[in-house]
Ligand binder design. Structure first.
Ligand code: SAM
Length: 220
């Protein structure tokens, strides 16, 4: 049976700043609960203000695992001042640069889920280079350039355990549907082409893939 978030969690998700629509959130939650059964950490690239992290945190709580979320908290290209996805409320008034860490911490605290999350503040490839623990889930929702999305794939997917789930957000096969580029779509194609994944589900722009075996060296 597909797991659904409890009402208080759904309310917290809807109240949190972020970009994920409800139907994708429900799919993310169900996948995270399923992946949690592997007993391994659930990893997110792209914390922003914690909207999706809440769902991973509660799924982690249910399985007794930890959700790990990585972000430098300075925002992606399309979230900078002057761009479509900019929110002036995310700018540190003293420094004049984006800082989504305070909003993230408030989101998690209000939902009572802080103890189920480890937040890593830094650049995804730099953090991934230090990582050496198998993961039950990798959720790629960080930078949308080929450089960033590709580095997220290369940095984190090697740690995904067999049977673990790879989730990719903002997968748009049609270029006209996406303002921020098609790098996540290319990462999705790359995962399928590696031969190491089978597709589990597609909900709007969220793809869920299951690792069926270790990737061939250099291909995955
Ligand atoms: C689309 S937002 C994440 C949205 C969030 N998952 C949600 O559902 O609300 C992308 C985030 O990725 C972060 N980001 C972009 N490139 C990054 C990188 N190379 N390393 C770490 N974080 C990065 C940005 O700071 C931004 O907060």
């Amino acid at each position: 049976m597909t797991a659904a978030p409890p009402p208080d969690l759904l309310a917290a998700f809807e109240a949190a700043k972020g970009f994920m629509p409800l139907d994708e959130g429900l799919a993310l939650y169900a996948a995270a609960v399923e992946a949690g059964r592997l007993g391994l950490p659930l990893l997110e690239v792209g914390t922003y203000c914690g909207r999706s992290t809440l769902l991973l945190a509660d799924a982690a709580r249910r399985s007794g695992v930890t959700a790990v979320t990585v972000d430098h908290h300075r925002g992606s290209e399309e979230q900078q001042p002057g761009w479509d996805y900019h929110d002036p409320g995310t700018v540190d008034p003293e420094l004049g640069v984006m800082d989504t860490l305070p909003a993230f911490r408030r989101t998690l605290h209000r939902a009572g889920l802080e103890e189920h999350v480890v937040a890593l503040v830094g650049r995804s490839p730099q953090v991934a280079a230090l990582w050496n623990t198998p993961l039950g889930l990798v959720f790629v929702d960080g930078g949308h350039t080929d450089e960033h999305a590709g580095a997220d794939y290369e940095g984190w997917v090697p740690h995904l355990a067999p049977g673990g789930l790879l989730l990719i957000h903002d997968v748009f096969p049609e270029p006209e549907d996406e303002f921020t580029g098609q790098a996540p779509y290319r990462v999705y194609l790359r995962a399928l082409a590696s031969g190491a994944f089978e597709e589990v589900s597609a909900t709007d722009s969220l793809r869920v893939l299951r690792r069926t075996r270790a990737a061939d060296r250099g291909r995955g």
